[in-house]
Design a protein around this ligand. Structure first.
Ligand code: ARG
Length: 620
């Protein structure tokens, strides 16, 4: 038995010990598991609340369960006594002792904890029973969902992400929305929600007149739109130059927008050709990025065209939109500046044209009315905060959205270059995503080859792809979403630290242990023995996966999942150093127990990375 588990050195504490000796290996049958625990925090929460009620503590006071922060201070803590004592004007330590008197026998009876003690002003520290932990690990290891429950009340969640402007090729500015949004889509789907992806692409508006006029001319010349639009960037520049230099062309472009927006079939046909080819580019990028967005998730600005005039009309009838200098404007007092001036939202321009905000209002109405969303998540750059605040406020005011629908702008910061300025090419241009991804795979190829592995050239290519793409995605996902971050090839491709390659490598290490052991995980039936400090710490971490998933789902902060996977991998490395597995002299039951723990580590890393849209490999 290790020090931290017996904790005898802390003499001043009141403590309760299990009557069962801990740390000795006992057969599976000494404990009867009444139910499989999906979430330790929730389990303890229920138990502590129950004990609190038994002590006459008002039902609305929380149990405040948290994982222990320091070794020796409980695997989990219940921090309820201080607040409850304050509310009841009594002594917190005495109240904690009362709670403990109810809680301890119950946790003991069920074999959940070995020791409960009161520390400091009234913290209740709970040490979990290693044997019980072993059983939970065994359950998780053999369960297809790693014992992670699906939500009891699935929601319709609309996730608005990526949303590139189709006039141009995707560039790094679209990276964050695309990969953070996709991680949340995957995670909420894993939880059992109905996720409706909405790719709100920019496929409408004045520049499309110019683009289709250009397309028409180029088609006249060579007849093949695929050829003309081979490089969207070049095409855009040609159209722009044409527009700037040639007044007749510019007039034509302007008349084309009007014809397009009023539904002219010839114009729509050209526009559709352009849109299809541009979307084909984006779809290719999504595939390369291992992002789940499909062609069918596209619901761009053009989709709402027919609803814009009725929407403006509706806002006028409601008395919200008023004419101001020939435009239709809603003045929002709710978002007034510090001098009390209301925030103006233009919904129709003087000439009759509609705006970005009008389309977003129509989209919001559609998402609520037709898609029946109860949660709508927007993964859009922080610089669009005001726009979204206006749209949300106005939509609620106009009763397009009921109060119980959650509208969330999940803003993110900017990707910076090493100079601390927004990431650009050496010559100051925007970096095309397609080129960035090629470079990522090439650079990964260099580091993977340096590893001197025995992989064949085809395997190296495949591993480099997974490592390169994974590195770019992970480097973004592991940063706090709301912050800016500095893009650095060196740190993201490092095999040390909180990086994709480190985690992918940890996964391959487990695979190689199984190859060496010559066993399959499925063949292992030995009980899981949690004996050492390292095994216990690792086991508890592994069992916290569902807590982390819940938190990421609530707060839309994927970096919390990254930190978690990184912690699992690091604790695994520590465990691996301290607890020999295949060494001679290790009894077979201990070997198999540790192998099962390894297997759950690998599955957790794999599942965690999969929720982030990052692939693993058998070897590297
Ligand atoms: N196309 C927009 C842009 O490039 C992003 C769209 C975001 N989604 C939305 N519903 N506004 O800035």
């Amino acid at each position: 038995m290790t020090q931290a588990l017996t904790n005898d050195h802390i003499g001043t504490r009141e403590r309760w010990h299990s009557h069962q000796p801990t740390g000795t290996i006992r057969p599976h049958s000494t404990l009867i598991i009444e139910f499989i625990v999906m979430n330790i925090r929730e389990l303890l929460n229920a138990k502590v609340l129950h004990a609190m009620h038994a002590c006459g503590i008002p039902a609305d006071l929380p149990a405040l369960i948290a994982p222990g922060k320091k070794a020796g201070f409980g695997d989990y803590q219940a921090n309820c006594a201080m607040g409850a004592a304050k509310a009841m004007s009594t002594n917190p330590r005495e109240l904690a002792a009362k709670i403990m008197a109810v809680l301890a026998p119950e946790l003991e009876k069920e074999g959940i904890a070995t020791k409960i003690e009161i520390a400091g002003p009234g913290f209740i520290n709970i040490d979990l029973n290693p044997e019980w932990l072993g059983q939970q690990i065994a359950n998780a290891q053999t369960n297809t969902r790693l014992n992670i429950a699906t939500v009891s009340e699935p929601q319709n969640v609309v996730i608005d992400y990526s949303g590139p402007n189709l006039a141009k090729e995707m560039h790094v500015g679209h990276l964050r929305s695309t990969i953070i949004g996709d991680a949340l889509a995957r995670l909420l789907e894993f939880q059992g929600h109905k996720v409706i992806r909405q790719n709100h692409v920019g496929d409408w508006g004045t520049q499309f007149g110019m683009l289709i006029a250009e397309l028409e001319e180029q088609l006249g010349a060579n007849g093949n739109s695929n050829m003309a639009l081979k490089d969207l960037e070049v095409f855009y520049q040609q159209a722009k130059k044409h527009f700037d230099d040639d007044a007749a062309f510019a007039d034509k472009a302007r008349s084309y927008v009007v014809r397009l927006q009023s539904g002219d079939t010839a114009m729509l046909k050209l526009w559709k050709q352009f849109k299809d080819i541009s979307l084909h580019h984006s779809t290719e990028i999504y595939q390369q990025l291992n992002v789940t967005l499909k062609y069918s998730d596209v619901c761009g600005e053009s989709f709402y065209n027919d609803d814009l005039a009725p929407l403006v009309n509706d806002l006028q009838i409601q008395g919200l939109a008023v004419e101001s200098e020939g435009a239709q404007v809603v003045f929002l007092q709710e978002l007034a500046d510090k001098d009390g001036n209301p925030s103006p939202v233009i919904i129709q321009k003087q000439g009759g044209g509609f705006l970005y905000a009008t389309t977003d209002l129509a989209a919001l109405r559609y998402r609520v009315k037709t898609l029946h969303a109860s949660r709508i998540m927007y993964f859009i750059d922080a610089r669009q905060s005001l726009h979204l605040q206006q749209v949300f406020t106005l939509a609620r005011k106009a009763k397009f959205v009921a109060d119980n629908v959650s509208l969330e702008h999940l803003a993110f910061g900017t990707m910076m270059g090493s100079d601390g300025k927004p990431f650009k090419t050496r010559t100051g241009g925007t970096v095309k995503l397609a080129e960035l991804l090629i470079e990522a795979v090439e650079r990964a190829g260099v580091v993977v080859s340096e590893k001197n592995s025995e992989l064949s050239p085809t395997e190296i290519a495949e591993v480099s792809r997974k490592v390169g793409i994974g590195a770019v995605k992970y480097a973004d996902l592991c940063k706090t979403r709301t912050n800016d971050y500095i893009f650095s090839w060196e740190s993201m491709l490092s095999f040390e630290g909180n990086t994709a390659p480190y985690l992918q490598y940890a996964f391959t290490r487990v695979q190689s242990i199984f190859r060496k052991a010559g066993v399959t995980p499925e063949s292992l039936t030995q009980n899981i023995i949690i004996n050492t400090e390292q095994e216990k710490t690792l086991a508890i971490k592994l069992l916290q996966f569902s807590e982390v998933i819940d938190q990421v789902a609530r707060e839309a902060l994927p970096h919390l999942l990254c930190t978690y996977i990184y912690d699992v991998a690091s604790l695994y490395m520590t465990f691996y150093e301290a607890c020999p597995i295949l060494k001679e002299g290790i009894p077979p039951e201990l070997r198999d127990s540790r192998l099962r723990l390894c297997h759950l580590v690998a599955r957790t890393i794999e599942q965690g990375l999969d929720l982030l849209g990052i692939e693993v490999m058998e070897r590297m």
